[in-house]
Design a protein around this ligand. Sequence first.
Ligand SMILES: Cc1ncc(COP(=O)(O)O)c(C=O)c1O
Length: 373
Amino acid sequence: MKLKLKPWINDLPVYVAGRTIEEIKKKYGLKEVYKMASNENILGPCDEVRQYLSENLDDINYYPDSDAYEIRYMIARKYGLLAENIIMGNGTDQIIEMISDCFIDRGDNIVTADPNFIIYEKAALKCGGGVIKVPLAKDTFRQDPKAIVSSVDKNTKIVFLANPHNPTGTTIEEKELSFMLQNIPDDIIVVLDEAYYEYLSEGCKIDTVSFLKNNPNLVLLRTFSKIYGLAGLRIGYGIAGTEVISALNKIRMPFNTSLIAQRAAVKAIENDWYAEEIRWGVESQKEIFYKVFEKEGVEYIKSEANFILLNAGKHSGEIIEKLLKAGFIVRPGENLGFAGYIRVTISRSEINKKFLDKFVNIFKQFYGKNSKK
Ligand SMILES: Cc1ncc(COP(=O)(O)O)c(C=O)c1O
């Protein structure tokens, strides 16, 4: 049988997910494996969320609230907005997909940095659209506002920005965001993906919600997968003007976020102090990574998220393999548009220490002492 697939579906890029703990345990016969590959919060959600969930499972035979009103209301209240400004998704991935489904037709394109979070590209290609890729600035690894603006053409429907950027952890400054919003025509959707927003240090945080007032084409994306420790439940949200939100709601499938995910997210917002506690812990752990990397001559990019991209040079593949054998799953840069690099997610302090000891030991086997390669 010859499938009548849409012709461009076969050519879609495959998302290479991080390896699982079970897979690596089995493959290398290991008892202990640490996943430092997918930017999850190793500590998971706060105790209040865990307890609430374990005590509130009696009615899971019922469908969830299709409109997810309670969580949308809670999020809206947090930002001084209306529930009509919020849309929930099965992870922000799904909102990225919904935005593409709404705005991209064959012949249209998106503009985004190269590399960037691959789901933007996948969502656009799936709709038969194209991708205009704008290289990151050479020395700083940051998204390049001027180049992004000038890459927009008459077929551009969406500009995807990430702040912090994945996989580098670099940021967009407030004046850069203003510049892009002022210079991108207002009938083009500007998506600012803030999956790691809560990890930003105070000096780097932009009050992006305040930009919504004058920019009805702006969509902010945030998630419960990262700092709130709920990646497995799949729940994230978009914030935008009511016109964009109602368009997205037209194509949103009913019940796209589960009953449990909605409840967990409500409890997570009620216990928002947790995000700050996690941010602070990650920030101090990153300093330890930086110190070790500097001492050992490992090049890295300073990150405003919960991961660090480091340059492992021409032996990166062998280094990753040795790390796996030692029980550390990291993300190969090859899969993220950064050949020769490794992205490592910050974990608990004792795991970070074990990782750093192991990594330095392996790195030295290839490059000798204090090598900048
Ligand atoms: C930049 C960025 N955006 C969005 C996501 C997707 O998050 P979610 O789990 O909410 O779908 C990720 C997850 O890795 C990410 O790194």
